[in-house]
Design a protein around this ligand. Structure first.
Ligand code: NAP
Length: 245
């Protein structure tokens, strides 16, 4: 259960983040939502009775601002879900400096800064849970996504490092590692012939289907909840078995 927990979710305006916000709301969490798309964020917030703050997580000062906002709203922060992420396709020869920098800024640096700002708040209240959204591509190599794969591998290690550092403060830090999940990000990746490509992707997954955003949301909700109170530093693949083979 998440009843009574104050939870901040980044990237709540689409895909996995939006499904997570809906599931957290169903389970009784008090929600603080963020993303850049103010229209989508405000609509979701009013649907769920949540608060929304439009922010680019990679902007200077944004991480501190978001955590301060959470504390101003509710006086505490029990759960931080670092979900916002971007992907550029391309191998080392295609990836520009700007793409590399953008992916690392959103997928890694912002996660670090948000988590760093959340730690003193959670430590002062006796604990909390940080759930990072990594990827199965942070566990295994993937072709033509060199910056993205690097960023998700970094999140895996950031999760372990922070779990080790902050366990005695009662702060659990875990990651979910989704595989192919039906969101706008995956549909862009699938490119032209989208439906055919999605069917091919599903065929290649041991469980024989693409993930739904709710699949990842359920794992995030579990790791954020007290049911996971003895779990920290864990990577939970939600990938239909992809990273197992
Ligand atoms: N879909 C998959 O197959 C898959 C697989 C493995 C891991 N993941 C991970 O799951 C997470 C969610 O992805 P998704 O599939 O749900 O993709 P999505 O539908 O494209 O959603 C991405 C979210 O991130 C937010 N975001 C991106 N850049 C941002 C920025 N600079 N500042 C603030 N928010 C930003 C977007 O919000 P705005 O547009 O409002 O800024 C959006 O809410 C990502 O970390 C992704 O890497 C996805």
């Amino acid at each position: 259960m998440l009843a009574g927990k104050i939870a901040l979710i980044t990237g709540a305006t689409s895909g996995i983040g939006m499904a997570t916000a809906r599931l957290f709301a169903e389970r009784g969490a008090t929600l603080l939502l963020s993303g850049r798309n103010a229209d989508a964020g405000s609509a979701l917030a009013s649907e769920l009775g949540a608060d929304f703050f439009a922010a680019d997580v990679a902007a200077p000062g944004a991480a501190g601002m978001l955590i301060d906002w959470a504390v101003r709203c509710h006086g505490r922060l029990d759960v931080l879900v670092n979900n916002a992420g971007i992907l550029f396709q391309g191998d080392s020869q295609d990836c520009t400096d700007a793409q590399w920098d953008a992916v690392l800024a959103v997928n890694v640096t912002a996660v670090f800064r948000l988590s760093r700002a959340a730690v003193p708040v959670m430590a002062a209240q006796g604990g909390g849970a940080i759930v990072n959204v990594a990827s199965d591509w942070g566990l295994v190599g993937a072709q033509k996504a060199v910056a993205y794969g690097t960023s998700k591998g970094a999140i895996v290690q950031l999760t372990r490092s922070m779990a080790a550092d902050h366990a005695r403060q009662g702060i659990r830090v875990n990651a979910v590692c989704p595989g192919d999940t039906d969101t706008p990000m995956l549909r862009v990746l699938a490119g032209a012939e989208q439906e055919a490509r999605l069917r091919e992707m599903a065929e290649a997954i041991p469980l024989g289907r693409i993930g739904q955003p709710r699949d990842a949301a359920a794992a995030i909700a579990f790791l954020a909840s007290d049911d996971a109170s003895f779990i920290t530093g864990a990577m939970l693949p939600v990938d239909g078995g992809n990273s197992a083979v």
